[in-house]
Design a binder for this molecule. Structure first.
Ligand code: TRP
Length: 388
């Protein structure tokens, strides 16, 4: 268990996490977060698990392409279900169907400065990737920084706090978002003298290769837009082709040459995906474990092809069951729809309750108590009389 969670043991343990539905999920998503969610779900240690398909957040840089976002809602949900998210244990919900998130976002906007938002390193690097450089631009989205995109960390704070999440299993790139959520939650509780909101903890993978999985080209983080990804929904032939074309060690020309394992994608992926040493016994009995295999590669005498074939076996151990699950769910799209509807209905209930508590703490719950509203005005009237 992570530090920081111990103090909260007495609390209900709630998970909220999510993804933008802008494309199929790839192996970076899987080892960075999805796999952990499935483990946490099956650990039985959590009272409630919610996974949010963040379509509103996806629109902050896809406002001109809502169809892409719409179609990827089912796509991403299929990825979740085939990777092992169990609708009997976890809720899956759609962000835009949860009105309390919008209301909370608007209140939280008051609790954060534009300076603070512009320091968010994830937003900064995403701005660069999208060409939002922050300059004034009237014509289109190329140079201007859309306010919606700039403020999405505030909306993400609403996602997390509305569910009173204690734990957010997510990729390393989400750390600044959780930091922001903790700050806003703390500020809210301090200003409105309450303890309505929970400051969440993030859970990132312990394994370094899993935290920041590079693409098969070895150049950058795996991403759909860079075209260097392996997708959970790729068929076996596609995975094979991608593994065989992986970036390894350009100085390792002949089998007998000594090779490098650092920066070599085959070994980085083995670090990330090897389940246990029994996979050596099953597929590559020359070695007992990854250490031995790496040593041989570094010494010279182990060829790339042999390594890639082993990696492919390891990956297929993981991907084949996911592929089979997916084929089943794809023939039951109506069930997938119903799962999303049920998860969203549940989310509406939970988040409306938090919104209600927030409005109470802010004393803007006008229609809850007529007497309180009238009495408050009367005492204000008296005060202003005594002052005059
Ligand atoms: N920002 C996340 C991503 O880009 C998606 C997301 C939206 C999220 N709301 C969230 C993640 C709440 C964790 C918690 O993938």
């Amino acid at each position: 268990m992570e530090a920081g969670m111990l103090a909260k043991d007495c609390k209900r343990k709630v998970i909220l996490t999510g993804d933008r539905p802008t494309g199929k999920l790839h192996l970076g998503h899987f080892v960075g977060s999805l796999q952990r969610r499935v483990q946490l779900q099956n650990s039985g240690q959590f009272d409630e698990i919610n996974i949010l398909v963040a379509d509103d957040q996806a629109l902050t840089d896809n406002w001109d392409n809502p169809k892409k976002v719409r179609d990827n809602i089912i796509e991403v949900t299929l990825d979740y279900l085939s990777a092992g998210i169990d609708p009997d244990k976890s809720f899956i919900c759609i962000q835009s169907g949860i009105p309390a998130l919008h209301a909370l976002t608007f209140y939280y906007m008051n609790l954060v400065t534009t300076q603070r938002l512009s320091r968010n390193p994830t937003v900064k690097s995403e701005m660069l990737m999208r060409g939002f450089n922050g300059s004034e631009s009237e014509d289109d989205n190329v140079a201007g920084l859309p306010a919606g995109f700039f403020t999405y960390p505030v909306s993400q704070t609403a996602d997390i706090t509305a569910f009173k999440a204690t734990t957010v299993p997510a990729g390393e790139d989400q750390m600044p978002m959780i930091e922001q959520a903790r700050e806003i939650a703390h500020r809210f509780n301090t200003i409105y003298k309450c303890d309505v909101l929970v400051e969440p903890d993030i859970l990132i993978p312990e394994n370094a290769a899993q935290r920041r999985l590079p693409g098969i080209d070895g150049k950058a983080k795996m991403s759909k837009s860079l075209g260097n990804g392996i997708f959970l929904s790729d068929d076996a032939a596609t995975v094979k082709k991608k593994v065989m074309s992986m970036y390894t060690d350009p100085t390792h020309i002949n089998v007998a040459d000594p090779g490098h394992v650092e920066g070599n994608m085959v070994f980085t992926y083995l670090d990330a995906f090897l389940r246990d040493d029994s996979q050596f016994a099953d597929y590559l009995p020359d070695y007992k474990n990854l250490e031995e295999m790496k040593e041989h590669y570094q010494r010279g005498g182990l060829g790339d092809m042999k390594c890639k074939k082993f990696l492919l076996k390891v990956m297929e151990d993981m991907l084949q069951p996911i592929r089979e699950n997916r084929a089943k769910w794809e023939t039951n799209i109506n069930d997938v729809y119903d799962i999303l509807k049920a998860g969203t209905d549940h989310a509406v209930q939970v988040t409306n309750q938090t919104l209600h508590e927030c409005r109470e703490a802010m004393q803007i719950n006008y229609f809850d108590d007529k007497d309180a509203m009238v009495k408050s005005w009367e005492s204000w009237l008296n005060e202003s009389h005594t002052k005059n």
